[in-house]
Design a protein around this ligand. Structure first.
Ligand code: SF4
Length: 100
């Protein structure tokens, strides 16, 4: 499965939710999470994230592996998100013309 990591926390651009074909994404007040039981490993979400927060689980660095379990736990407790939300105030500015 693909995994949303700490780079999303406080940012939450949510481009990812618009490309997922199987509605994997869940959301809370800080970030999105992927339900690993629904993810079909299409890979569509990873390149569209403006901050590179999403990676395949097997590609995660050792210090990011904990996010596999965090995504599973949080996805089970939070609602599905299928439409974009405004980014959070802490989101890094994007180059002009990027993002929405
Ligand atoms: Fe959805 Fe594909 Fe990303 Fe999995 S890899 S969360 S199926 S967009």
């Amino acid at each position: 499965a693909y995994v949303v990591t700490d780079l999303c926390s406080g940012c939450r651009y949510t481009e990812c939710v618009t490309v997922c074909p199987v509605e994997c994404f869940h959301v809370d007040e800080r970030m999105t999470y992927i339900d690993p039981d629904n993810c079909i490993d299409c890979g569509g979400c990873a390149p569209i994230c403006p901050v590179g927060a999403i990676q395949a689980d097997f590609l995660l660095a050792a210090d990011k592996k904990a996010w596999i379990g965090i995504n599973r736990e949080r996805a089970a407790l939070t609602p599905v998100l299928t439409q974009r939300l405004p980014p959070l105030p802490g989101a890094p500015a994007l180059p002009q013309g990027a993002g929405a």
